[in-house]
Write a protein that binds this ligand. Structure first.
Ligand SMILES: [Zn+2]
Length: 345
């Protein structure tokens, strides 16, 4: 996959301008925090910056695309470009007991701290991009401090996060924070259309993802958009007094389809966990839809049932987290939704 150039990052003019200027002035600090919502271009920008930073023959603030460094970068195996994702938690877990939640020192040491202290393999420098940096536990963050201050040679460490507040103050003070904002829904829609997405699908995806191009693209790839639209339709019907037909069955099928897509991508993924993820995603979408409905709801009785419906959805989410049998969870949810919302009509 060829990296996008910084100039092509969609909708993040101020972040990109800052990065280009810092690069051109040779004032990029060792540590950068890319802070902003999920799916608005932080990872794409980190990749573009890394390619430029490592290029042997950059033209102004553009990687040449032809040198050995650019070539191996685009081939996806640059030895000095290290991307740290939560998938590595499983890889480094010697005990097999990790639930894959914390980016601990067991991951940071071999993936960042040690290689940052060594010379670059290809000579130009090294770049580390730590995705979901908020998953680093305090011990791991503390261990990273020294590396952020004095890595060996020309080095960039980019921490990507939608929760900059969960990074230690000592980490934040050693890094420059670059903010990435949410995107305008209409711009996401236009961009999707520009990429050849069917206009109706683009509209739905932009709406559902609330201004996140990355999420819109992922949900289209995961086949989430059409089922989500269907679910929101069912909810509207429920509020209009029509009981949905077989909501538990609907959730089961939709979540299984979602899990199937995840397994196609990563055959080590757990089917059960992916199914629960799918269920949680649709619960969240349903909850958000009801919240949006409440904004222009003048009737207090409807507001009350909307609140009860949200409670029921939150309850179901909690049960899912605590591994209660999923078909029971959704039978209960349906009973509650129909009781609270349907019966008021
Ligand atoms: Zn190059």
């Amino acid at each position: 996959m060829t990296a996008t150039s910084l100039q092509q990052i969609f909708g993040q003019e101020s972040a990109v301008t800052w990065l280009r200027q810092a690069y051109l002035a040779d004032r990029l600090p060792h540590g950068l925090i890319f802070a902003g919502p999920v799916g608005v271009g932080k990872a794409t920008a980190a990749r573009a910056l890394a390619k430029l930073f490592l290029c042997e023959n950059p033209k102004q603030d553009d990687a040449c695309g032809k040198c050995e460094s650019c070539r191996v970068f685009d081939a996806g195996n640059h030895p000095d470009y290290h991307v740290i994702t939560k998938e590595l938690i499983r890889y480094h877990d010697k005990t097999g007991k990790s639930k894959g939640i914390d980016l601990s020192i067991n991951v940071l040491r071999p993936e960042v701290i040690e290689p940052a202290g060594r010379k670059a393999v290809m000579g130009r420098g090294k770049v580390f991009a730590i995705e979901q940096a908020e998953l680093m536990n305090p011990q791991a963050q503390n261990a990273l401090l020294k590396t952020l201050e004095e890595p060996a040679g020309r080095t960039l460490i980019v921490l990507l996060t939608d929760q900059p507040g969960s990074l230690l103050a000592t980490i934040r003070s050693r890094c420059q924070t670059v903010r990435f904002g949410a995107l305008d829904k209409d711009r996401v829609c236009k961009e999707l259309a520009r990429r050849g997405v069917d206009p109706a699908l683009a509209e739905d995806a932009a709406e559902l993802s609330r201004g996140s191009l990355g999420i819109a693209l992922k949900w289209m790839e995961d086949g989430v958009v059409a089922p989500a639209r269907e679910l929101l339709g069912q909810i509207d019907n429920l509020f209009a007094g029509t009981a949905p037909d077989d909501l538990p069955g609907w959730f089961k099928n939709a979540a299984e389809a979602y899990a199937q897509k995840q397994l196609e991508r990563d055959d080590l993924a757990s089917k059960d966990q992916a199914t629960r993820e799918g269920l949680t995603l649709y619960l969240l979408l349903a909850g958000e839809h009801i919240r949006r409905r409440m904004i222009d709801e003048p009737d207090p009785a409807n507001l009350e049932s909307a609140c009860a419906a949200i409670d029921a959805l939150t309850q179901a989410e909690t049960y899912l987290d605590s591994n209660v049998n999923t078909s029971l969870v959704f039978q209960q949810l349906t009973v509650k939704l129909e009781g609270e919302v349907g019966s008021k009509k």
